[in-house]
Write a protein that binds this ligand. Structure first.
Ligand code: HEM
Length: 464
């Protein structure tokens, strides 16, 4: 009885239900892609993007389970969402909260809470604070190179480059966050290395950027304890408060009544996580491309040396004057945007399609690989980022850090970290392809929260 009457009825009802749900985009005559596994992977987004370009529509659609998601395709729409009409798209599309203490992370906050937190935290990452923090990064780079020289030895060594860039990034973050007190930064480094290298990750994978909420509980506890101890230590002895690390900057805000202790812990965690893989992978991708093209590598090294000569030393000013190195970094962030998509939530109805509560995806990776803006997008070509070439491209065609009032808060710091790490590596070593180096880098299949190479990147490092 069940098999002959109820089962076909159930199947028909299910079919009608999903047909009705998935007809959303069809009714609006917008090209769309139904994800194969309920939640869209980057391949689904790319395929909807391609379809929209073919049909010359300004948006495309997809679904998260059965909920329609808008994909912004035309750069005017991207600009409108991220910049011009930002007040209608202030929040990101997820509101998952971890059961750990790391609750008030800037990434997840929406509306007034976000605005309030962002304006307080912006002062920590201002240009003045960058000038204070940059010598710390120089110092970390130097120390790291000494260790690396021993590892590489006199005859050079084949190395999984991401292991190196992850260790260097952890050192930089540890020094910037915890400053001069070795005990705390060593504990931090041990913690990250233990849980993250070589394969294990500190965090699980989630939606775009929601990875910060997927923190494993034991690590959240350890991190909270470590930051608490650092705060107590810094508050208890006056000479430890030398004012040149992020904990010091946050304690200044706390003293002025502008940041609670929980917020300080959350943000310390947020800075550590936001900068870790993004910086490490960007460095790896850049070194890979420079190893594959020794002429570009030479040019980058020359640009570094010239800037140092011009400014009489390795200074804040010289770092800002390494034009060609900057072009290499930007081309890396173009070809390998480590955050391949960002998103916004529609907070009030906008035209007839964008209804309050809908998620809008900004497909950074697709935009950066669109031949309309970047001919032969698979070729690594830093000359795309001369001032003249940049001026030829429309707004929002290069968005590795997002754009508008809700762009990456750490973008200036990230650029300094990348420039300094690359400078110190290029001044001390050369990078070469070897037998184990893949001719083409494949990305991990499930491009979700962040772009990462499918396999280890082996390069031969030789001391200069
Ligand atoms: C290569 C390095 C990095 C890349 C590519 C990157 C990229 C991004 C992107 C794409 C967003 C979303 C922007 C948007 O939705 O418009 C973001 C947000 C954010 N990033 Fe970064 N990031 C990097 C490094 C860092 C670092 C080092 C920090 C911290 C010190 C940081 C802190 C943040 C924060 C706090 C947000 C949330 C901003 C908000 O919601 O107001 N990022 N990042």
């Amino acid at each position: 009885m069940f098999i002959f009457i109820l089962l076909p009825l159930l199947i028909t009802l299910c079919y009608l239900y999903f047909y009705a749900k998935f007809s959303f985009w069809r009714d609006f005559e917008v090209p769309y892609c139904v994800p194969r596994f309920l939640v869209p992977k980057y391949a689904d987004i790319q395929s909807a993007y391609n379809e929209a370009k073919r049909e010359e529509t300004v948006i495309a659609g997809t679904f998260r389970v059965t909920r329609p998601i808008v994909i912004a395709v035309h750069l005017d729409v991207v600009n409108q969402i991220l910049v011009k009409d930002f007040q209608n798209f202030q929040s990101r599309s997820y509101h998952q909260y971890s059961n750990s203490e790391a609750l008030s992370l800037l990434h997840q906050a929406g509306g007034d809470k976000w605005q309030n937190l962002r304006s307080r935290l912006s002062s920590i990452l201002s240009s003045e604070k960058m000038k204070i923090i940059v010598p710390t990064i120089f110092h970390t780079g130097d120390g790291f190179n000494k260790q690396l020289s021993t590892l590489v030895g006199e005859r050079g060594k084949i190395i999984d480059i991401t292991n190196i860039t992850k260790r260097l990034t952890v050192d930089i973050i540890g020094d910037c966050l915890f400053g001069s007190k070795d005990e705390f930064k060593n504990e931090f480094n041990k913690m990250v290395i233990k849980y993250s290298l070589p394969e294990k990750e500190i965090i699980g994978s989630g939606g775009y950027l929601s990875r910060v909420t997927m923190l494993k509980e034991n690590i959240a506890k350890k991190f909270t304890k470590l930051v608490n101890e650092t705060i107590n230590y810094k508050e208890s002895c006056t000479n430890s408060h030398n004012g040149n690390d992020f904990m010091d900057f946050m304690l200044e805000l706390k003293k002025e009544g502008n940041l609670s202790e929980t917020e300080a812990i959350s943000q310390a965690f947020c800075f550590a996580v936001a900068g870790f893989k993004s910086i490490a992978y960007t460095l790896s991708y850049c070194l890979y491309e420079l190893a594959m093209n020794s002429e570009l590598q030479k040019q980058a090294r020359v640009s570094v040396k010239e800037a140092i000569l011009k400014h009489n030393g390795y200074t804040y000013e010289s770092i800002l004057d390494m034009k060609y190195l900057d072009q290499c970094i930007k081309e890396t962030l173009r070809k390998y945007p480590v955050v391949p998509a960002t998103s916004r939530l529609v907070t009030s109805d906008f035209y007839c399609i964008l209804k309050r509560g809908m998620q809008v995806l900004i497909p950074t990776h697709s935009i950066h690989h669109d031949p309309e803006y970047y001919p032969k997008p698979e070729i690594f070509d830093p000359s795309r980022f001369t001032d003249e070439e940049i001026a030829k491209r429309p707004p929002c065609s290069f968005i590795p850090f997002g754009d508008g009032p809700r762009n990456c808060l750490g973008n200036k710091l990230a650029m300094f970290q990348l420039r300094i790490a690359l400078t110190s590596l290029l001044l001390n070593f050369t990078f070469h392809k070897c037998e184990q180096t893949a001719e083409k880098l494949l990305q991990a299949k499930s491009i979700g929260s962040s772009l990462k190479p499918e396999k280890s990147i082996y390069l031969k490092m030789v001391k200069l």
